[in-house]
Design a protein around this ligand. Structure first.
Ligand code: HEM
Ligand SMILES: *[C@@H]1O[C@H](CO)[C@@H](O)[C@H](O)[C@H]1NC(C)=O
Ligand SMILES: *[C@@H]1O[C@H](CO)[C@@H](O)[C@H](O)[C@H]1NC(C)=O
Ligand SMILES: *[C@@H]1O[C@H](CO)[C@@H](O)[C@H](O)[C@H]1NC(C)=O
Ligand SMILES: CC(=O)N[C@H]1CO[C@H](CO)[C@@H](O)[C@@H]1O
Length: 491
């Protein structure tokens, strides 16, 4: 008995000393708010993180550190500083940082959660594969347009009744990923598919896994699962096994020797065959995780951007009208807009860029890790740190964008009506890990947004007030609040 008590006390003592050490800021690290023993800086205002980060930047400069539970977080602000760290020191800061999502959900595999040579090899493969099919090319556009048509039909079926566009956008955008990844799409009323795509994004963005468990991962061991760790992991398994089933089915029907590759999976299977007998990283496991990554990274982000688009043009009917006038003048009423029309629609294009800036979809990007300690601007960034690229500090910088809190598409139009200054919109990240799906996402935003405006007038619904443009919910993405509206078919 006494022995057990002593043992427990020893363990508790060791744990507390470890936590005491962990929650201190070393002198050489970038500055930051004073730490509290055992808590570190967990007392900062997490409920309004973006505002808090802005205040801390004013106080401590472009690079500051926070000790959040057992993680040392370095927040990096401002365009010059972000570029200097993530481009100039790209060889040191392009690991993915170790957190519970990376270790338990991606298990360091796939593309978004891997690092080092595995990441390099599979990122290169993914980029070239997606490019060959047409990231930016015609065949990719065909897949998107097919989905745009189904999207317009679904909007049409609302018959002028108020509706919430979020589930529809979710289905449409994940179907685009399905087309690209497996070469198949699902019907809009396929409830099983809906449930699965919702499960991925909801479970990751709306869960303690991306919140408290990132900073205090040991809390998952508390009996009774108060942080729903077990539940989320069970859902992740469900989604993984579904994706595995789709892969297995496709394998049966695809003849690697004869059939032409028309999607990501086909190209991967051919690569596996080519590598057969050699030591290759193109394993089944890696295939499965890479495809899951395309879903996780490509769905919530793109549908959130389209929700910001919808909400902003509901608030500003004059923007809708000007877009519609441009579309009708340049391409008419019946033919759907295509990527080839983009250069003829600079105003529409400026609206899309402003949506990416103002929508600020992934304000803190995705955390990076380091491969070694780094000396940066006179501070030591320890290699165990988690680097947070604060993209919000660029997209809302009044020095770069005048009146950043206002939605003003014409900021990207020069006097002669051509696009200008769009390269400063760093919504897709900065450096070697910049979003892999950027060109796909840009095509989706352009095609979905312009087609919707060509066909429908978006109006607030009676009795439903629109949420303010300055309100949002912050998960992994920064989302507008839910709203209902009316889509009136244009005459
Ligand atoms: C508006 C839509 C999108 C936004 C705002 C967005 C933004 C981002 C950001 C900020 C990152 C992190 C960059 C970093 O770690 O430094 C990222 C990574 C990534 N994105 Fe996107 N993304 C979007 C759409 C997509 C789409 C459609 C796909 C693919 C189907 C995709 C696939 C990925 C992947 C695989 C990564 C991980 C890259 C890596 O770790 O090397 N994204 N994205
Ligand atoms: C997030 O999760 C909580 C608790 O599980 C739930 O009540 C809430 O409705 C969820 N929100 C969204 C947007 O899914
Ligand atoms: C690799 O080669 C073996 C024997 O030649 C064959 O049975 C197997 O199906 C091949 N695997 C792939 C992925 O092509
Ligand atoms: C960076 O990633 C590589 C590859 O996963 C890993 O071996 C290495 O330990 C990581 N470095 C740090 C400091 O975590
Ligand atoms: C925390 C959370 O959002 N959990 C959800 C995960 O996905 C399943 C299936 O859709 C939902 O039932 C959970 O509520």
């Amino acid at each position: 008995m006494e022995y057990t008590v002593a043992l427990v006390l020893t363990i508790v003592f060791i744990f507390l000393s470890w936590l005491w050490e962990k929650t201190r800021r070393e002198k050489q690290w970038p500055p930051g708010p004073p730490t509290i023993p055992f808590v570190g800086n967990l007392n900062i205002n997490m409920a309004d993180l973006l505002t808090e980060f802005k205040k801390l930047r004013q106080q401590y400069g472009d690079v500051y550190s926070l000790v959040l539970g057992s993680q040392t977080v370095i927040v990096v602000n401002g365009l010059d500083t972000l570029k200097e760290l993530f481009i100039k020191h790209g060889d040191v800061v392009s690991n993915r940082s170790d957190s519970i999502i990376i270790s338990k959900i991606s298990e360091y595999k796939g593309i978004a959660g891997s690092s080092g040579s595995l990441w390099k090899e599979h990122r290169t493969f993914a980029l070239s594969t997606l490019r060959d099919f047409g990231f930016g090319r015609r065949s990719m556009e065909v897949k998107i347009v097919e989905e745009v048509e189904a999207f317009l039909a679904s909007i049409s079926s609302t018959n002028g009744q108020p509706f919430n566009i979020s589930p529809l956008l979710h289905t449409s955008v994940s179907n685009v990923v399905c087309s690209v990844a497996f070469g198949r799409r699902f019907e809009h009323d396929d409830t099983h598919f809906k449930e699965l795509t919702n499960a991925i994004s909801e479970n990751l963005s709306n869960s303690t896994i991306s919140g408290v468990l990132t900073f205090l991962p040991f809390l998952r061991f508390i009996p009774g699962d108060p942080f729903k760790y077990g539940k989320v992991m069970a859902n992740v398994k469900k989604v993984y096994s579904y994706i595995q089933r789709v892969i297995d089915e496709h394998k049966q029907s695809f003849d690697k020797d004869k059939d032409e590759a028309t999607n990501y999976l086909d190209v991967y299977l051919k690569r596996q065959q080519q590598d057969n007998g050699t030591e290759s990283t193109f394993t089944d496991d890696q295939l499965h995780r890479s495809i899951s990554d395309l879903f996780v990274a490509g769905t919530e982000t793109t549908s959130t951007a389209l929700r910001w688009f919808t909400l902003t043009v509901l608030h500003k009917p004059e923007i809708q009208e000007r877009m519609r006038a441009e579309i009708r003048k340049e391409i008419g009423e019946s033919k759907l807009p295509s990527m080839a029309d983009r250069s003829k629609l600079p105003y529409c294009d400026s609206v899309i860029h402003e949506v990416l800036r103002f929508g600020n979809i992934a304000p803190l990007s995705v955390p990076h890790g380091l491969t070694e300690d780094l000396q940066f601007r006179g501070f030591l960034i320890p290699k165990h740190a988690m680097l947070m690229p604060n993209l919000d500090s660029v997209l809302n910088d009044p020095e770069i964008f005048e009146n950043p809190s206002e939605f003003i598409p014409t900021r990207f139009l020069s006097a002669d009506g051509t696009l200008t200054g769009t390269e400063k919109v760093h919504t897709f990240g900065i450096g070697r890990r910049i979003c892999l799906g950027e060109s796909l996402a840009r095509m989706e935003l352009f095609l979905f947004a312009t087609s919707m405006i060509q066909r429908f007038t978006l109006l607030p619904a009676d009795g439903h007030s629109l949420p303010s443009l300055s309100k949002y919910k912050l998960g992994v993405t920064r989302q507008p609040l839910e709203f209902n509206f009316i889509a009136k078919q244009c005459e």
